[in-house]
Design a protein around this ligand. Structure first.
Ligand code: GLN
Length: 202
């Protein structure tokens, strides 16, 4: 177990700095991942929010998909937020035809799932695994989880409104994904959970 594990943040596009700060706040060290060589030496990987189609294009250009899939298959813990959740999903509804994912998370995710009127919103979520106090969740053109495979634990669903019951946070072993952006609100409990997963794994 490493007290201060080195966690990579995929730095092709998206809100990389915010994730680095959140990870550092819970005691991890961080490194940016832009090329296959950057994957060696890291104990886990965060895939930030941004735009999954752009991330996919850049990962294809940087020849990163195969090394990322190999790292995932070898058991590297990965956490994806928003576009990052899409990057971890085994299947994506409304993906662009040439869009690729790393996969490894046995879910079907729908991109841009909330429609124009509710493009972006903030809501208090109950996430029992993080304790009693609600988690302020920021959704920005967010994906939702349409279905989960047998090994996937649902960590949070929307509780109110027409989208009640919608799955917005999941975990499958060492893989974690949220539709929302915990790196934007100063509540570090999701990052803390991920760092604990990494610590237990190493
Ligand atoms: N809509 C974006 C996508 O499809 C995700 C948005 C986000 O990460 N905030 O990748």
């Amino acid at each position: 177990m490493t007290a201060s594990p080195l966690i990579g943040v995929l730095a092709l596009q998206g809100d990389v700095t915010e994730h680095e700060l959140a990870l550092q706040a819970v005691g991890a060290r961080t490194a940016r991942v832009r090329a296959a060589a950057d994957l060696s030496g890291i104990a886990g990987l965060v895939i930030p929010g941004g735009e999954s189609t752009t991330m996919s294009n850049l990962a294809i250009r940087m020849e990163l998909f195969e090394p990322l899939r190999a790292a995932s298959l070898a058991g590297m813990p990965m956490y994806g937020s928003c576009a990052g959740m899409i990057m971890l999903a085994d299947q994506v509804t409304d993906a662009r035809p040439d869009q690729q994912t790393i996969g490894g998370l046995d879910v079907i995710v729908r991109r841009n799932a909330f429609g124009r009127q509710v493009d972006s919103f903030e809501i208090d979520l109950d996430i029992p695994t993080l304790g009693e106090s609600p988690f302020r969740a920021v959704f920005i053109r967010a994906p939702l989880v349409e279905s989960t495979g047998p090994g996937v634990e649902v960590l949070a669903t929307l509780q109110r409104g027409t989208a009640a019951g919608t799955i917005v946070a999941v975990r499958q072993g060492v893989r974690l994904a949220t539709s929302f952006h915990p790196e934007l609100t100063g509540d570090t409990r999701i990052h803390d959970l991920f760092v604990q997963i990494v610590r237990r794994h190493t």
